[in-house]
Design a binder for this molecule. Structure first.
Ligand code: FES
Ligand code: FES
Length: 164
């Protein structure tokens, strides 16, 4: 038996029929072809499957698709503005904040939320903000460097908009 759900995914409305047991991560990856949603531990531990649900990050491996009915869902595919990378993506690229890239979508969305709450975090606050996302490759230093730079770019953009 399947259930009808209606969601917005990266701004696009979508209605689908899903099994009640289908996870949101499987729905996004398999039904919506959004491969940026990564499935690592499937236990809510690694953060690879992080998406944005109604403005807050959530673990899509521990969320059922039916629970997301009526919500606005953001994935890493929605970060860039057409061909223009998001400042976070630019900074990760510039600072080598990724190697295999498996953890990167979840980290980008986690950091986006972190910077929305705290636009000028210390290195310690960045590390704390990242503590729920496991990266096996980078040692985190380059990620911290990238987040610090992206934070500065985003602050400058915000100030520019505020004054101009
Ligand atoms: S796959 Fe969801 S937290 Fe690891
Ligand atoms: S870049 Fe490989 S797991 Fe993070």
């Amino acid at each position: 038996m399947s259930t009808e759900i209606t969601v917005r995914v990266n701004g696009v409305p979508r209605t689908a029929h899903v099994e009640p047991r289908r996870t949101l991560s499987d729905f996004l990856r398999k039904d919506c072809a959004l491969a940026g949603v990564r499935v690592g531990c499937e236990h809510g531990v690694c953060g690879a499957c992080t998406v944005v649900l109604d403005g807050r990050t959530a673990r899509s491996c521990c969320t059922l698709a039916v629970q997301a009915d009526g919500t606005d869902i953001g994935t890493v595919e929605g970060l860039a503005d057409g061909t223009r990378l998001h400042p976070l993506q630019e900074a990760f690229w510039k600072h080598h904040g990724l190697q295999c890239g498996f953890c990167t979508p979840g980290i980008l969305l986690t950091v986006q939320e972190l910077l929305a709450d705290n636009p000028d975090p210390s290195d310690e606050e960045i590390r704390e903000g990242l503590s729920g996302n496991i990266c096996r490759c980078t040692g985190y230093q380059f990620i911290v460097d990238a987040v610090r730079e992206a934070a500065a770019v985003l602050r400058a953009e915000t100030n520019g908009h505020a004054t101009g």
